[in-house]
Design a protein around this ligand. Structure first.
Ligand code: DQA
Length: 144
């Protein structure tokens, strides 16, 4: 079972800059994630929130059931030490995903405070980045 977390402002996909984030809505992205997971032989549970504490509660809670985690924290990536500390407690592999290429944008987006506590990072591959993350987790955990 894979936990998929999307953070702040990702509920606005479809209305944000399509050049950076594509045209899929969050609902469409999550449908693809469910399909890709099924095809890979696993199940995903998706959660999005604009509230940092709610995300952290869900990260704590997934420790009871997830064998892998995919997270796109949105702007929290760049400054949330609370999120970083929550991910540090997770013992299963965590993949950091960004739709846009955070290294090719504003200087402040290049910093990820979670980079040192995740197992793998994917940036700039759009929605396909989540597909790659599922496949990476399946290989890493040999059947999540
Ligand atoms: C993002 C990149 C972040 O810099 C930004 O704040 C987001 C989305 C991405 O998926 O490309 O909200 O994480």
């Amino acid at each position: 079972m894979i936990a998929v977390f999307n953070g702040v402002n990702l509920n606005m996909l479809g209305q944000r800059d399509p050049a950076q984030y594509g045209t899929l809505t969050l609902g469409e992205l999550e449908s693809k994630i469910y399909e890709w997971s099924r095809a890979a032989g696993t199940t995903a549970r998706c959660f999005q929130t604009n509230h940092e504490g709610a995300l952290i509660d869900h990260i704590h809670e997934c420790r009871g059931w997830a064998s892998g985690v995919i997270i796109n924290p949105g702007a929290w990536t760049h400054y949330s030490y609370a999120l970083r500390d929550a991910l540090e407690i997770v013992t299963v592999p965590v993949v950091e995903v960004h739709l846009s290429d955070i290294n090719a944008r504003e200087e402040w987006r290049r910093q990820s405070v979670i980079a040192d506590v995740v197992s793998h990072r994917i940036s700039g591959h759009g929605a396909d980045g989540y597909h790659e993350a599922i496949d990476w987790l399946m290989q890493e955990t040999a059947g999540v």
